[in-house]
Design a protein around this ligand. Structure first.
Ligand code: SF4
Length: 209
């Protein structure tokens, strides 16, 4: 366990747009899926970001105790770092840590085929699956586009659940270094409105590539 690392772009607390409650957000670095219209292209390269020991990350979370309602893992593509992701989630589960919700660009059937050991069904509590399809972006809570499904895992079996109807599908968060990023995916018209609003204030919005 001591030698297992996970490559991250950022962590953030609290995040309230990627699941219920005040969550610990983890954005992994690296994505091989490359959805058309992705707003997180800066998270695609695997040679950026920072490697963090999985054990240290779990310990940070456990020290925060009950202030964390859950963990949301997004990216980038979490399942592109499968063994690290499983080590993180399994260790957290063994320590009775908060529930974990993962956002993946792979569909559940693809994950099933790719990783027949099915460890993820034992250590992940919630999964939002499937690629981002921009013309299916309706600004829903949790999901970037309507093709994406929400599953929970009970006794190793995936249960498809309906999405909660809730406002606040996304939030604009800031890092201590002064960078801004979206937690969740705004609807296309919202993004355009925000861009125009900022332009009027003399601020140009650009996405890091
Ligand atoms: S939306 Fe997610 S899965 Fe799709 S390209 Fe962007 S980071 Fe990768």
């Amino acid at each position: 366990m001591d030698s297992i690392v996970i490559k991250l772009n950022r962590i953030q607390y609290p995040v309230e747009s990627l699941g219920f409650g005040k969550r610990f957000g983890i954005w992994v670095q690296g994505c091989s899926i490359h959805c058309d219209g992705c707003i997180s292209k800066d998270l695609w390269p695997f040679d950026k970001g920072r490697k963090i020991p999985v054990k240290a990350l779990v310990e940070i979370i456990c020290q925060m105790g009950s202030s964390i309602d859950g963990i949301s893992i997004s990216g980038g593509e979490p399942f592109d770092q499968y063994s690290s992701l499983m080590a993180f989630c399994s260790y957290l589960k063994a320590l009775n840590g908060p529930p974990v919700q993962v956002f993946s660009g792979y569909r559940l059937d693809e994950i099933d085929t790719k990783y027949p050991d099915k460890t993820y069904t034992e250590c992940i509590d919630g999964l939002i699956d499937g690629p981002y399809i921009s013309h299916l972006n309706k600004g829903d809570f949790w999901r970037g586009s309507e093709n994406q499904n929400f599953y929970t895992f009970e006794k190793g079996n995936a249960q498809k659940k309906s999405y909660p109807h809730k406002q606040g599908a996304w939030a604009l968060n800031s890092t201590p270094e002064g960078e801004h990023f979206f937690a969740g995916i705004p609807a296309p018209n919202t993004l355009l409105e925000l861009e125009n609003y900022l332009k009027k204030a003399g601020i140009q919005m650009r996405f890091e590539k």
